[in-house]
Design a protein around this ligand. Sequence first.
Ligand code: NAI
Length: 421
Amino acid sequence: MKSIVNTSASFEEGVKKINWVRSHMPVLQKIEQKFIEEKPFQGLSIALSIHMEAKTANLAYVLSQGGADVYATGSNVLSTQDDVAYALSTMGVTVCAIHGVDDATYKNHLKAVLSCHPHIVIDDGGDLIDLLAEECKEYSDRLIGGCEETTTGILRLKARERDGSLPCAMFAVNDAKCKHYYDNKYGTGQSVMTAIMDTTNLVVAGKTVVVAGYGWCGKGVAMRAAGMGANVIVTEIDPFKALDATMNGFRVMTMEEASKIGDIFITVTGCKDVITIDHMRNMKDGAILCNAGHFDCEVSVKDLKEHSIITPYEVRNNIVEYLISTYSGASSIYLLAEGRLVNLASGDGHPSEIMDMSFAVQAMTSYYLATHVNEHPMTPHLFAVPDSIDDEIGKIKLETLNLNIDKLTEDQEKYLNSYSV
Ligand code: NAI
């Protein structure tokens, strides 16, 4: 199969972006050396769908160095970087991804990578697994299993497991400690704030920032926004998360209340209709809305479009103005990146050092799948990533940072494992 990429993009820029992240992903570098020596994926095909930017390109390349035939696409049309996709397609990976294509073409690109009849799938949000379970069952004949990258994807896999339609064994990469402790919290925290600032070129200090959802990602976003001098309000549906936010010093209230005072709204819940026209009608003139959750259904873009009294207008790259009649007159409301994940659709995503750990988990879990298949073929079930993988990656990451930690003495270990003092 030939790659489907935008060849008018700058190949040189793509190569530079990939080389830069490769030099800042030391854990993946070590894993690449191991893969080159062992060739664990020889004879195996891997279909991968993750935001097609430089860090993902590095993961795809490292897997190919382990002997895999890798077929890669994006997981969101706006996060695909054409220069990276083009460069990766010349590095021994088949790439089907073009920025900004319509939904039908996006789906065709997913189907194209699945047509390799993959042994392993690496998914981000559950779109590949959805196709394998419904429309593309014929491509699942060689499946060993797969890995899921994000919280929303895990929820979709759990739903499939409940109704018996999971096509293969899947590993919950998102739930590994080396993933969500760092990626969801620090990665999303930094990259969402960076994307908002770069997209708007406005100040954050002194503004009221409303963060909807105080889970792993929301904690990171709230922490970074507060660190930049914003007055942070958290909205939640879970009483414990709401209390946690209060004890971290944030104001907690309903979106109904927050919608009247917020300047910048960031949804990161994994839920839908978190901000609807009922909230928009309360908003101040100039309110900025964006989303960092996986799907673009957290801010109701449909409501914005239906109720705007002007034709929506792009006032700056990735910022569209809508005019909504409100309870106090009319407000211009600005939506960033079409309501898609703002840090990826209007930014470069998480820092390389963070994705080093997330993608190390992806690479080592794929390795686990490839090397354990003959020992105990896995049934369709959502598995936890083995602790040994988390531990190993945590240790390597510390080493690459030149950090040492203490070790338990035998006596201390005994003490911790007994009841007696
Ligand atoms: P999480 O499950 O840790 O947190 C979600 C929080 O949102 C929970 O505390 C939940 O109670 C709350 N929530 C749910 N519905 C709500 C509603 N209607 N209003 C207010 N709060 C609500 O999940 P996590 O890991 O924080 O992920 C959140 C979303 O972000 C998911 O869609 C995930 O896939 C996505 N994600 C995005 C990343 C990015 O780069 N932008 C990175 C990692 C995850």
